[in-house]
Design a protein around this ligand. Structure first.
Ligand code: FAD
Length: 457
């Protein structure tokens, strides 16, 4: 049988390669390190953790913990080795990064069906089944070829993203739905500010602490000129934001009366923060124009000063960094196959799932499906009520115009039939439904699941 080619031995590529080999299909894993290093990697090992050594919270009623558990039950080699090389980290699944990556490298290298090839791939191979997992720092030559294959408009090289907030955590007594000048359907949630609130917010934003930029991010900062961080805009003058993303004109709270009523003049907001719907269900809201380089803790502190966002629950913080990713909603199906070539699959940060565990999840599905394609079997789609399924569903069906990478979170999972106010209780119900659905799905597809090992805190 022709071997499958997996390109990129990071988190997604390592998991994909293992799943292919475990399905009995020969596989060649291409990794450019150590001959060529990315600007963030330092070692020659597979699945190197480029920054933090943590896979996120472990408790199974947290989004990352649920994803760990789903992957564990599905026989993920990455999560299996993370469990083996765990180090104490409060409630998080953190690992000894050296032991973890070395063990994964040895494990893959000693599998009889895996060939580990240390080379940089410049072009997508024309023939056979191929899985692309080259991550946020895909080498230049392959990025160019991907651009050729997908069309220029479907590639992003920088991530200038605003924070995303869970809709349920926004105070709807303060925030109001409206579109500017009442044009079309009321599509935005608007958080109004009076002058005093605005000035306090402006001062805090100017003084907030920035994240330190990496050398390669500093080099690429010039690309962001057309897309200024909100704190930089604030520093340019007291009113700059009020002429930019916080422009108050044409926005009226219909609950206060008709906008042409002269009595409403005094109630006009001095500034407005707009939130745009991020997902089909309206569970997630994106702060329009709030791309930022502030430290994550500072973002939470300062953005919670905005009226209506006092208790905001953030699922993704604002970022501005180098990040190669494709416009997956246009290009990929929920099986992680490209529409234009079903024998080409992709996973990891390259397709817009964010973080180590999410990359592993995509790697599991892309590897499993690549093997199924090679064996002439129908590829699988994950149940959407699982965290893995919800993530893949999001990246393959989000609104393509505003597509940004997404980490695991409960905002992307379909709502429960009944509303549960208590957050921990609600997340517990999501977990139970997810794991039940995973079991049913696995049984239907005759997949073997490992024993449960729920972590609760
Ligand atoms: P990677 O793990 O990056 O793997 C891609 C692999 O492909 C690399 O080994 C690379 O060498 C190889 N490669 C690239 N091009 C080629 C080619 N042409 N031929 C052959 N091989 C190639 N996520 C977190 O969860 N926590 C963090 O703390 C965190 N910090 C980050 C810090 C930085 C600076 C960056 C850029 C990202 C960070 N991320 C973090 C996101 C992180 O990139 C992903 O979580 C994860 O590494 C993605 O896995 P991946 O498999 O998609 O890509």
């Amino acid at each position: 049988m022709q071997p499958i080619h997996v390109i990129g031995g990071g988190l997604a590529g390592t998991e994909a390669t293992w799943q292919i080999a475990q399905a009995g299909v020969p596989v060649i894993l291409h990794e450019m390190r150590p001959h060529k290093q990315s600007p963030a990697h330092h070692s020659e090992h597979l699945a190197e953790l480029v920054c933090s050594n943590s896979f996120g919270a472990q408790s199974s009623d947290r989004a990352s913990g649920l994803l760990h558990e789903e992957l564990r039950r599905l026989g993920s080699v990455v999560i299996g080795k993370a469990d083996e090389h765990q180090v104490p980290a409060g409630g998080a699944l953190a690992v000894d990064r050296g032991l973890f990556s070395r063990d994964l490298t040895d494990t893959l290298a000693s599998h009889p069906l895996i060939e580990l090839r240390r080379d940089e791939v410049h072009q997508i191979p024309d023939d056979g089944v191929v899985v692309l997992t080259t991550g946020p720092l895909t080498s230049e030559a392959l990025s160019r070829d991907l651009q050729r294959f997908t069309g220029q408009a479907y590639m992003s090289f920088f991530d200038a993203a605003s924070p995303i907030i869970v809709g349920e955590s926004i105070d709807r007594d303060i925030a109001f739905m409206a579109s500017r000048y009442d044009r079309g359907e009321a599509a935005y949630l608007n958080c109004p500010m009076n002058r005093e609130q605005y000035l306090h917010f402006w001062q805090e934003l100017c003084a907030a602490e920035q994240a330190e930029l990496k050398e390669f991010e500093r080099e690429t900062a010039k690309f962001f000129e057309a897309c200024l961080p909100i704190e930089e805009m604030a520093r340019r003058g007291e009113d700059t934001m009020r002429y930019g993303p916080m422009k108050p004109v044409g926005l009226f709270d219909a609950r206060l009366g008709h906008f042409k009523d002269p009595a409403l003049k005094d109630k006009k907001p001095y500034a407005v923060v707009q939130l745009r719907q991020e997902d089909k269900q309206g569970n997630l809201w994106n702060m329009v124009g709030f791309q930022t380089n502030l430290r994550w803790g500072e973002q939470k502190r300062v953005f919670r000063l905005i009226p209506g966002l006092e208790n905001a629950e953030f699922v993704r913080m604002g970022v501005m960094h180098r990040n190669t990713f494709i416009n997956s909603p246009e290009l990929l199906g929920a099986t992680l196959q490209f529409h234009q070539r079903p024998t080409l699959l992709a996973a990891g940060q390259l397709v817009g799932t964010e973080g180590y565990t999410a990359a592993t999840a995509g790697g599991w599905l892309a590897g499993t499906n690549a093997a199924r394609v090679a064996l002439g079997q129908a590829p699988l789609t994950l149940p959407v009520n699982t965290m893995m399924g919800a993530l893949i569903d999001f990246i393959s069906s989000a609104e393509p115009k505003h597509f940004q990478p997404m980490p695991p979170n409960f905002g992307i999972i379909p709502a429960l039939p009944a509303k549960i106010r208590n957050k921990r209780e609600r997340y517990g119900h999501y977990r139970d439904r997810s794991l039940d659905d995973l079991t049913t799905w696995a049984n239907n597809h005759k997949l073997e699941l490992r024993s449960p090992s729920l972590v609760a805190t």
